[in-house]
Design a protein around this ligand. Structure first.
Ligand code: CA
Length: 579
């Protein structure tokens, strides 16, 4: 909890405080405005769904409009449901001018993520950070780890990391770190020792783990082997490397390996990390989900024995991701809402009647039923992009309203939401992985902190059509202002992340997604107009549905939602919270 005093403000005061949620009374035009920024790009590598254009309708409900009681008081609950922000440190902020992002650079930008002051609305309002790997590694992305208990020197030192944790603690931010247990780097001492041992092994002698325990840390096979196997140095042995030659697969069946990872997990938990994002958990034993669940069960039990408050989210990139929740980990990333063909993008595109308000609502219900069926501690983990996926700006065709609305849809979802750094300013990037990991743009005039980005980034696929953080912070209508406000709503209404969803069948239709969310006996109603052209009037009895009025608003255009008695009028792609 960050703030307890309840304040209610009238509409005119709110307008000066909450730039995005200006409540304009007496409006009825539905202009799906494209405020200022250029749209269109020539580099959509992913196929876009066909979008049928809708005709714009105008609507005006006669009668006395009820003033909205817009809530601005934060009510942040300290639990495992958080607003996460994923960061690729190398591209975020550089503190020493070498063009490589680093931990001190990140510390200097923490106030942007969350300044810890509930009286300001200049920060993003994220209270969780997921750091992509920070351990020493020869690659630019660092998913091949040389030493699991250190910080890559390009990023800083363990002391820098301890300082980061302290600064995050001051701001109520929990850090979860990427833990790559599926494979290590070929430069890891475990692997090098095993490889050198095998190279010296006489041809008629079997590898002996009592002589070199590291031969059992990986999967070595004598002689050339089909599949993703690579020759281990000068020896006649080949090792499994599902991802690449640089990434030998670790044998997670080996108790010695598990003991290593317990020590590693404890090392970071003792330092104050809030948990782990587990890379490639589906590939621990590729094609053997039961075994993967067993690995996760072991790891989760160990982590919780050290710190029961730790949060674990696994990358299990598959439609039946939820089965991994059997292990007791809180979350497994839900890819079905992400990317160009995910539920959110399809809904944000608009125009295709298949992806209606009803369709979105039904999916939310399905997701809730699926995830909550494992444990009351299971937490949804939705997102719209990450470091492996095209940026929303790219797959939504640099359409500012679609990008905003995609963030709006995500922000109304249950659980821990994850925003990938730069998506909040509409950073572009598609195609090769490097292009999806391009430098954050802090300012158009002041290059302090700006990173060079991955060497193999291709300019043609990193198209940035939107302004810098500095400029967007000053612009009430920017994507960043919208995302900030969306996160603020999550921090004002704990029901959004934690509430049990019920679909309001009587008003949910091809345009409107209407649902209630109830948490600890407190109920909110969320109305989402999924049409990008039509203003919609929703008839919803206050008496029967237990609400008074509009208390939260997210809009993509100039026109604002309003209420006349039991009627709520929603401009295109507007989202309102009723309470
Ligand atoms: Ca640096």
């Amino acid at each position: 909890m960050r703030k307890k005093i309840i304040r209610r403000l009238n509409a005119s005061l709110v307008a000066s405080l909450l730039a995005v949620s200006v409540l304009v009374t007496g409006c009825g035009k539905s202009s799906a405005s494209n405020s200022g920024t250029t749209a269109g790009n020539s580099e959509n590598v992913t196929e876009q769904p066909t979008v049928q254009e809708e005709t714009t309708t105008e609507l005006k409900i006669e009668g006395q409009e009820v003033p909205a009681n817009i809530q601005t008081t934060l009510n942040v609950i300290e639990d495992k449901n958080r607003n996460y922000y994923e960061i690729f440190v190398a591209s975020f902020c550089d503190s020493d001018g070498d063009g490589m992002g680093d931990i001190q650079g990140l510390i200097s930008k923490l106030d942007y993520i969350n300044d810890g002051n509930p009286d300001t609305d200049t920060d993003l309002g994220c209270n969780g950070i997921w750091l992509m790997p920070i351990n020493p590694s020869p690659s630019y992305h660092k998913y091949d780890v040389v030493n699991y208990m250190d910080i890559d020197s390009a990023y800083g030192t363990l002391d820098d990391f301890k300082q980061l944790i302290e600064e995050c603690d001051k701001r109520g931010i929990k850090i979860i770190i990427d833990l790559v247990m599926n494979h290590s780097s070929i430069a890891n001492e475990w692997f090098k020792t095993a490889r050198d041992y095998l190279a010296e092994l006489p041809d008629d002698k079997e590898p002996d783990a009592s002589e070199c325990k590291y031969v059992d840390y990986y999967t070595f096979v004598k002689g050339e082997t089909a599949g993703n196997y690579y020759k281990a140095g000068k020896s006649n042995y080949y090792y499994e490397g599902q991802f690449s030659q640089q990434m030998p697969d670790i044998n997670l069946d080996n108790p010695d390996v598990r003991a290593e990872f317990e020590q590693i997990a404890k090392f970071w938990l003792d330092m104050g990390v809030g948990g782990f994002r587990l890379d490639a958990a589906k590939e621990y034993f590729s094609g053997q989900p039961e075994k993967n669940v067993e690995v996760l069960t072991w790891f989760n039990n160990y982590v919780k024995s050290v710190n029961p408050d730790a949060y674990i989210v696994a990358e299990t990139w598959t439609a039946d991701y939820d089965r991994y929740l059997e292990s007791g980990i809180e979350s497994a990333f839900d890819f079905s809402y992400a990317s160009y063909d995910g539920n959110i993008a399809l809904t944000a595109h608009g125009g295709d009647p298949t992806y209606s308000g009803l369709y979105f609502a039904k999916n939310l219900m399905k997701t809730q039923e699926k995830v909550s069926s494992y444990s009351e501690n299971s937490i949804q983990a939705p997102f719209i992009s990450n470091h492996d996926l095209d940026r929303p700006a790219s797959y939504l065709g640099y359409d500012e309203n679609k990008i905003k609305f995609a963030h709006g849809l995500l922000s109304m979802m249950n659980g821990s939401t994850f925003i990938y750094y730069g998506d909040e300013i509409g950073l572009g990037g598609s195609g090769a992985d490097e292009n999806k990991r391009s430098p954050m743009i802090w300012s158009s005039t002041d290059k302090t902190g700006e990173c060079k980005g991955p060497t193999n980034m291709t300019k043609e696929y990193v198209i940035n059509n939107f302004a810098s953080v500095e400029e967007q912070l000053k612009d009430d209508k920017s994507i960043l202002s919208y995302v900030k406000h969306a996160m603020q709503l999550r921090n004002i209404f704990p029901e959004i992340a934690r509430g049990k969803i019920e679909i309001l069948d009587e008003v949910t239709d091809e345009k409107i997604c209407a649902m209630s969310k109830t948490y600890n006996d407190s109920k909110i109603i969320i109305l989402i107009n999924t049409s990008k052209t039509d203003t919609k009037a929703v008839e919803l009895s206050r008496a029967n549905n237990g609400y008074e009025c509009i208390q939260g608003i997210l809009t993509v255009g100039e026109t604002q939602p309003y209420q006349v008695e039991d009627t709520i009028v929603l401009p295109p792609n507007a989202i309102v919270i009723l309470k």
